[in-house]
Design a protein around this ligand. Structure first.
Ligand code: NAP
Length: 355
């Protein structure tokens, strides 16, 4: 039996994880965590699980003795659980990309000390993780993350000026939580993923490329030094990478059908960095290092929440993040307290930039 602590159990990933767990008799839920939503349904299905809404999840994680922590919390709030799992050598199935973006250096150090495994749930990173299996790092030339391009692919900056919340939430290929869906529309999500890939696979930013692939069938490529490239393909369905992370190194069955190829054409194009500057800003923040990625994430969280409340326009989202990045100190964080201070500073500046 693999004991799974599920954080973010009421969200899009959390609900799909519960489905995957229900279909796999080798998995059992030992802890359920949400932010503010009641956990009644999930708790009824898993009466032995410890439950908690909001607050510091670490005492609950200690008490529930998980083999795997599935971190599907949204945003910076996921950082303590990520660091806890890595520090304790407990396998971390990571959907909460924001924690690795914000706390990359601390997380890598905790992983090294804890000696456990970090298995990505983000579909692109799960794809790369799988393509890399059995290959030496020295053989890798570069990584390619694919992006659907979101609902506004092909639109110019001018056309995006009046983009509405409803349009931004209407993702063409993936069904996800509201924050990541807006991040997909601005391409901030791909920026977060770029930084996530840097930390997960220890490659410099100039060896991680992003291409737009509207069908979301090929999730990523790994290019090798001999000129070959391995791709990972499948339907856009998060149950596949969730199941992979929860059963790694096994590959359990899922209800997702085998990929049908006949009649399918797949295309790739370059991202439009003028219309979607958050991808460029994320790359710059990543390259600058320190707590600039943490500030990128914090400012983006503030700006996306304000956009969802219709307090700012779509194009204000990158503007707020750019302002915050220009004003923060970006100095490295030596521990969680310093990281939380950097996050708070960026949030304050971003809040100020909303007005
Ligand atoms: N959805 C996808 O397909 C997808 C794909 C790849 C990666 N991801 C990543 O997975 C994470 C979750 O995404 P999602 O789409 O599932 O988001 P979501 O639907 O908005 O769900 C977020 C979950 O986090 C919980 N939460 C929020 N604040 C919390 C806090 N302070 N403490 C504990 N729990 C808290 C929420 O609880 P409440 O319900 O109580 O608010 C909810 O269960 C994000 O980092 C996202 O980038 C998602």
């Amino acid at each position: 039996m693999t004991r799974v602590a599920l954080l973010g159990a009421t969200g899009s990933i959390g609900r799909q994880a519960l489905e995957v767990i229900a279909a796999n008799p080798g998995l059992e839920v030992c802890a359920l965590v949400s932010g503010v939503s009641p956990l009644d349904d999930a708790a009824a299905q898993h009466p032995a699980a410890l439950t908690q809404m909001g607050g510091d999840p670490r005492p609950l994680l200690e008490a529930s003795e998980p083999d795997v922590v599935l971190n599907a919390v949204v945003g910076f709030a996921g950082v303590p659980a990520t660091l806890w799992a890595l520090e304790h050598g407990v396998t971390l199935a990571l959907a909460n990309k924001e924690s690795l973006v914000a706390a990359g250096e601390l997380a890598v150090a905790a992983l090294r000390r804890g000696g456990g495994a970090l298995v990505p749930v983000d579909s692109e990173h799960s794809a790369i993780f799988q393509c890399l299996e059995g290959h030496a790092v020295e053989a890798v030339h570069s990584l390619v993350l694919t992006a659907s391009g979101g609902p506004f692919r092909g639109r110019s900056r001018e056309e995006l000026a009046h983009a509405t919340v409803a349009e931004a939430l209407d993702h063409p290929t993936w069904s996800m939580g509201r924050k990541i869906t807006v991040d997909s529309a601005t391409l901030a999500n791909k920026g977060l993923e770029l930084i996530e890939a840097h930390w997960l696979f220890s490659l410099p930013y100039d060896r991680v490329e992003v291409v737009v692939h509207p069908d979301s069938i090929v999730h990523a490529f790994v290019r090798f030094r001999d000129g070959s490239a391995l791709a990972h393909a499948g339907y856009p369905d998060m149950r596949v990478p969730i199941s992979y992370a929860l059963t790694y190194p096994e590959r359990a069955a899922t209800p997702v059908p085998p990929l049908e190829l006949v009649g399918r054409t797949i295309a790739f194009e370059a991202p439009d960095l003028e219309a979607f500057p958050l991808l460029r800003l994320a790359r710059e923040a990543g390259e600058r290092g320190g707590t600039f990625p943490c500030a990128f994430n914090a400012a983006d969280e503030i700006a996306v929440a304000a956009f969802l409340e219709e307090r700012i326009a779509f194009l204000d989202v990158p503007a707020v993040v750019e302002t915050a990045l220009a004003r923060v100190s970006g100095s490295p964080a030596r521990d969680l307290d310093e990281l939380q201070a950097a996050d708070a500073e960026a949030r304050r500046i971003a809040e100020g930039a909303l007005r």
